[in-house]
Design a protein. Structure first.
Length: 231
């Protein structure tokens, strides 16, 4: 059966604290980001995060962007949907480069310019470069000078969770919300919808709201009724 994709958006703004993981110990990438967010001015070398689709790379970059902005810091952001390609702004405290594997020639040239200005600025104050892609820097089909800049620094891989691990994470998140999720409903969600945890959590939270409104327990028929209502 064709897998359904639900673009529901996250119920809460992306943050490091709501990054979903099944590991008992904090991932090295997460610990690294927390450390640098505490003192972003100390980030003098790039940070590169890579992993398969759905591992949470974009979530982490958006979380860092929001956290920096909440500190009153300006940031530069570039991804494949960026319509405006601005020059480097010296007021930026960091530049964030998402989905680097999809950059065209213009975006590659801009990303390289941002990296040069951030890492070797004329004012002598290095800025943080945080980038993400679906593969390590050495495997990216980018211009060599950009690929070299992205690889120079801290490189972290985000793991892919198994279905059992996704199930455990969803159960933990549901438990925090006081929800009882039947096994068959979890099976249905994992088999019929996009398997990215953020999307699954958004679906679960939306279903919880629908259950409260209709005064019905969580179930597959309830999920189908919710989808039919919003079709």
């Amino acid at each position: 059966m064709q897998q359904l994709v639900l673009d529901l958006g996250l119920a809460a703004p992306p943050a490091l604290d709501n990054f979903l993981t099944d590991l008992d110990t904090e991932q090295p990438a997460l610990a690294h980001l927390r450390q640098l967010l505490a003192q972003p001015q100390r980030a003098t070398v790039p940070t590169f995060i890579w992993g398969a689709p759905g591992t949470g790379k974009t979530h982490l970059l958006h979380a860092v962007r929001l956290a920096l902005q909440q500190q009153g810091l300006a940031v530069g952001w570039l991804d494949t949907s960026s319509q405006v390609l601005p020059d480097f702004d010296e007021s930026w405290s960091a530049v964030l480069l998402d989905d680097c594997q999809h950059y065209g020639s213009a975006q590659q040239a801009l990303a390289f310019n941002w990296c040069i200005n951030a890492l070797t600025p004329t004012d002598g104050r290095a800025r943080w470069v945080l980038a993400a892609a679906d593969r390590p820097p050495a495997d990216l089909e980018l211009r060599p000078d950009l690929r070299t800049r992205l690889a120079w620094g801290h490189v972290f891989q985000l793991p892919v969770l198994s279905d059992a691990e996704r199930r455990r994470v969803l159960r933990q998140a549901a438990s925090v919300r006081g929800l009882l999720v039947p096994d068959e409903l979890l099976d249905f969600m994992l088999n019929r919808f996009a398997r990215e945890l953020g999307s699954l959590m958004a679906l679960l939270e939306r279903l919880d709201g629908y259950a409260l409104r209709t005064q019905r327990p969580l179930s597959i028929p309830l999920l189908k009724a919710m989808l039919d209502e919003h079709a």
